[in-house]
Design a binder for this molecule. Structure first.
Ligand code: GDP
Ligand code: MG
Length: 598
């Protein structure tokens, strides 16, 4: 097809506003996927994604569409992950497009992810087509939401398309608008090859499958290509389009989207954002803006059963083939034994990896509480990065500690502004700005230590606003604070896996809350178990878990049978995940106790 009849676009939306459902309808209406083949949400093909209803990995699909002008067009839909953890991937996949459908739930309105994604799209100079979805819902208010988008984003919405992805309303109109409004790619077929990698995954037979958009020039099967950031060279042994199943072709040219296989061993060798060029006729410069996604959150992963350590290593090695952002290195903990210190893009990424390890590799894991990466300057002025609180140098050996900060942008109905601000204030947030977006909707902006965000800020925000508020955050660099290491001791021994770094002003409260929480979570033993919190050699809080009585049910004083049952269930559950720390059995929940403090 000539470049003039190609359209590359993506769909951006806040989570749950209907992006996947709409993508399904587009594939169906263009006959790309037959009704019979159509499983709900074709593009979300990982089991985990399907269950959580989120899009983790981006994907692409090529559709043929005969427009009302009688011409046949090729429409490439490039799906973007909706979550902030993957914002680098979002920005890369948007660069592979000339336009974007901005999907907003007409019964809800603009949310934090809508804004964050629109800004990314505007930065990439995309043509944005507003779509008001879910108009079939009785609560849909397309007129209100239309005004809201115009007011908040400054986007002309007079031509916004009203759709119900669920009922298939407005789909034809979307396809026509893509053809009419999204500009065709630039025709640069004669220039040296430059292709942008926007996704990749590992296939055990063919090696890494690279998804890319040809920006300039063309590429053929058998070509020897170079990845400009990594400098590595490969021969393309399979080339094709995504329809959305892979179909081999001989050649792809500027404007087209496709995949190739070239016996690449791990996705880390073909990173998202890298530029592909020809070895025989290389481009002078790579495409702009390549960066490696850096882990922001770390935790320890330990097998419950020490014998599973080799299996855990193997599982991580395999996951890594598919996940360039996942980092890990061996960690030995005096309390936990052998395990790995793992780095993730964010909390969702962390959860996904943990869940996959347990589900797909059948491992029983104990995970420690998430930590951010601290920057420590020693007495000689040398900086180092600490991702494990237990390894923080003691105060005599350091000049200062800095921690990563983020800019947090929340959108909430007006009546929750107060509780939201209180929550942020309690989390060491610094108020920056507040704007009334439209009647009843407010955006609140704070700067806050990332450490305060990763300890279940999101869940608190949701529950404090009955689910109505949404948020996004962006890293804004390091800041110095008065931070101290808080140690927790069980039965007299410090447990390295429970060590944490906290602000000095909060240390006392956190120490007390932690000892109370651990007392609640750790089961009774045959002997008394003291729990203590300390800063350096100074004990700041302590509790005792009394020795076990013969009958656990004795404390239920008679009657309440359901309570007894609950207690028994709780015990049975607790048994599943225990780690012996010295002579004390500590359940998994205890290592996450910091996330459950009030
Ligand atoms: P995504 O997170 O943006 O990919 O959203 P999904 O496509 O997964 O949709 C989220 C939920 O909204 C699902 O339960 C869909 O069935 C539902 N949904 C999507 N589009 C519509 C629509 O047009 N009308 C109604 N009533 N529900 C919809
Ligand atoms: Mg989705």
């Amino acid at each position: 097809v000539p470049v003039s009849r190609i359209r590359n676009f993506s769909i951006i939306a806040h989570i749950d506003h209907g992006k996947s459902t709409l993508a399904d309808r587009l594939l169906q209406d263009t006959g790309t996927v037959s009704n019979r083949e159509m499983k709900e949400q074709f593009l979300d093909n990982m089991e985990l994604e399907r269950e959580r209803g989120i899009t983790i990995k981006l994907q692409a699909a090529r559709m043929n569409y005969t427009a009302l002008d009688g011409q046949e067009y090729v429409l490439n839909l490039i799906d973007t992950p909706g979550h902030v953890d993957f914002s680098y991937e979002v920005s890369r996949s948007l660069l592979a497009c000339e336009g974007a459908l901005l999907v907003v739930d007409a019964s809800q309105g603009v949310e934090a992810q809508t804004l964050a994604n629109v800004y990314l799209a505007l930065e990439s100079n995309l043509e944005i087509i507003p779509v008001l979805n879910k108009i079939d819902l009785p609560g849909a208010e397309p007129e209100r939401v239309r005004a809201e988008i115009e007011e908040i984003i400054g986007l002309d919405c007079s031509g916004a398309i009203l759709t119900s992805a669920k009922q298939g309303i407005g789909i034809q109109e979307i396809l026509e608008s893509v053809v009419l409004l999204v500009p065709p790619p630039r025709d640069t077929i004669d220039e040296p090859l430059r292709a942008l990698i926007f996704d990749s995954y590992y296939d055990s037979y063919r090696g890494v499958i690279v998804y890319f958009r040809v920006m300039d020039g063309s590429v053929k099967r058998g070509d020897k290509v170079r990845l400009m950031a990594s400098g590595k060279e490969y021969v393309i042994d399979e080339l094709g389009i995504l329809s959305p199943t892979q179909i081999e072709v001989d050649e792809l040219h500027a404007g087209e989207v496709g995949y190739f296989a070239a016996s690449i061993k791990a996705v880390g060798d073909a990173r998202v954002g890298d530029t592909i060029t020809l070895v025989s006729k290389p481009a002078a410069k790579p495409l702009d803006g390549y960066a490696e996604a850096k882990p922001m959150v770390f935790c320890g992963l330990f097998p419950t059963d020490a014998d599973q350590y080799p299996e855990l290593r193997e599982a991580l090695d395999k996951l890594r083939l598919n996940d360039a952002a996942l980092q890990y290195e061996p960690e030995t903990s005096s309390a936990m034994g052998f395990g790995f210190r793992c780095g993730f893009l964010g909390l969702l990424h962390m959860e996904i990896v943990q869940e996959r390890l347990e589900r797909e590799y059948d491992l029983d894991l104990i995970t420690t509480a998430p930590s951010v990466v601290y920057r420590v300057t020693d007495n000689h002025g040398t900086q180092s990065y600490i991702d494990n609180p237990s390894t923080l140098p003691d105060p005599n050996h350091r000049q200062k500690i800095e921690e990563p900060y983020v800019k947090l942008e929340m959108i909430t109905p007006e009546e929750y502004v107060g509780t939201l601000m209180e929550l942020c204030q309690n989390r060491r947030g610094e108020f920056k700005d507040m704007k009334y977006l439209t009647k009843g909707r407010t955006t609140v902006i704070y700067e806050m230590p990332l450490a305060e965000v990763v300890t279940d800020f999101f869940d608190r925000m949701k529950s404090n606003t009955r689910g109505y508020a949404s948020m996004e955050y962006q890293p804004i660099g390091y800041r110095e604070n008065n931070l101290v290491k808080l140690d927790l001791m069980i039965n007299g021994d410090p447990v390295d896996a429970l060590a944490m770094i906290v602000h000095r002003d909060k240390a006392y409260n956190v120490g007390r809350a932690m000892t109370e929480k651990l007392k609640e979570l750790i089961p009774r033993h045959q002997f008394k178990v003291p729990i203590q919190a300390a800063i350096g050699s100074k004990i700041i809080a302590s509790e005792n878990i009394p020795a076990l009585r013969k009958d656990v049910l004795a404390k239920c004083y008679g009657g309440d049978i359901s309570r007894k049952k609950k207690l028994l269930q709780k015990q049975a559950k607790g048994k599943k995940r225990m780690k012996s720390v010295g002579t004390v059995d500590v359940p998994q929940e205890a290592f996450m106790a910091v996330l459950k403090l009030n």
